[in-house]
Design a binder for this molecule. Structure first.
Ligand code: UDP
Length: 406
């Protein structure tokens, strides 16, 4: 499988991956998160796990289960970690812990390396099998730039038990441990989401959603989450619309661990107020080809987030050579180098200004789109992330005591 990436991704990453896999061959690798579909974590795991298996590792992916109450609590934790003030009771934290205990009882947690993704399953560390030489990593994908302190402190009690932490952006690292690593997420150039499409495939999607192929299209793809600022996107579009013809597409699908999606979707629909040029699309899970087609058909892509762990949608659009405008938050500035690979914005007015700049300057738009694709090639393809994960694992396994030889 890794062979297929030759000529598509940086060669150095493939060489390193092969060497690391020789060292780790036969070792077992467990990932645990809270949803199989929807959101960036599931997106990456779906692609990464078969590649790791093919490389000779024994890989498992487990998803913790919980009821509505559990996911309401974990969404609140997520929101508080990204800076909202949320109220927590002792009982809520106990419930979070108890659901994890229940999951731990029926889940096989034995593996040489265990990656626990995000806060939902963080308490699993308390059920780490005894007398086993395994390494446990807390892999956080959330924007921790300004968390609600009490919530972060509570979570840090679990974090203490892990061997190391992995964060997407350096400023999210907690500085609580000697071993904290920075690994930005990545996209798979060969997935259905990112592969090249034919013109006909793109047109089919546009027809399906009744999107005019001959008018400029502004697109934001994301879960219906207030941190993604869909209302701000509509406001920016309305400013642009005073001067330029365009349609706006807001596409999102539900995530099983995000109970707020429906509420936010209704807010968005109401705010769109039956404007025939705003398409609010609720797509079923795994609509990868349609998302791919929408991104390729777009004239300008937005990710106007107010908080963002990384924002895979930014790299997805840049890989397709699209001009991207993103909120200057979280992991977006790693991807958008302002004025080089896209524009970073801080307001609705800023977003509107930059959209118009792209719509009115096709030559600049194309150049920046090209730079964006190169930037993704160097930094945000899945092979780089696999290389990083395996390097960290190998270092933790063998390297702490001396010199590593690859
Ligand atoms: N996505 C999707 N369908 C949708 C909305 C989003 O497949 O309707 C995908 C999107 O293409 C990206 C991921 O979900 O791969 C979202 O990751 P991102 O890091 O942008 O945000 P998160 O949802 O993890 O906060």
């Amino acid at each position: 499988m890794i062979e297929k990436y030759k000529g598509i991704v940086p060669k150095g990453d493939l060489i390193l991956i092969e060497r690391l896999c020789e060292k780790l061959k036969g070792c077992s690798f467990l990932h645990v998160n809270s949803t199989r579909a929807g959101g960036g974590v599931a997106e990456i795991l779906q692609r990464m796990i078969p590649i790791l298996e093919e490389l000779g590792l024994k890989v498992r992916w487990e998803v913790i289960e919980g009821d509505g109450k559990f996911f309401d609590i974990t969404k609140k934790i997520h929101n508080a970690l990204q800076g909202n003030e949320e109220r927590f009771t002792k009982e809520m934290w106990e419930y979070h812990f108890e659901v994890n205990r229940w999951n731990a009882e029926k889940m096989n947690l034995e593996a040489d390396a265990v990656f626990i993704h995000d806060p939902q399953p963080a308490p699993l560390i308390k059920f780490r099998p005894k007398n086993k030489e395994s390494l446990w990593f807390w892999r956080c994908h959330i924007d921790l730039s300004n968390p609600q302190k009490s919530v972060c402190d509570h979570l840090m009690k679990y974090y203490e038990g892990y061997d190391a932490g992995i964060f997407s952006v350096s400023k999210f690292a907690r500085g609580e441990k000697d071993l904290e690593f920075i690994v930005p997420p990545s996209i798979d150039p060969l997935s259905e989401k990112n592969r090249e499409l034919t013109e006909q495939e793109i047109q089919e999607t546009l027809e399906k959603f009744d999107i005019p192929p001959d008018r400029p299209m502004i697109l934001q793809v994301s879960r219906f989450d207030r941190f993604k600022d869909p209302i701000g996107v509509i406001k920016a579009y309305r400013i642009v619309k005073r001067y330029n013809d365009c349609v706006l597409v807001l596409a999102g699908s539900p995530a099983t661990d995000d109970p707020e999606g429906e509420i936010v979707l209704n807010e968005v629909k109401e705010f769109a107020a039956n404007d025939p040029d705003i398409k609010v699309l609720l797509l079923p899970p795994f609509s990868d080809r349609d998302i791919n087609a929408l991104q390729r058909a777009a004239t300008v892509v937005l990710q106007k987030s107010l908080k963002e762990g990384f924002g895979l949608t930014v790299s997805e659009a840049m890989w397709k050579g699209k001009p991207v405008i993103g909120g200057a938050v979280g992991g977006i500035p790693l991807q958008i180098i302002h004025r080089v690979t896209g524009f970073l914005v801080h307001s609705v007015e800023g977003a509107a200004f930059r959209i118009r700049q792209f719509l009115n300057n096709p030559t600049m738009t194309e150049k920046m789109g090209q730079k964006g694709r190169e930037h993704v090639w160097h930094n945000f393809l899945i092979t780089r992330q696999i290389r990083d994960y395996l390097s960290i694992w190998y270092y933790m396994k063998e390297g702490k005591e001396g010199i590593l030889e690859l």
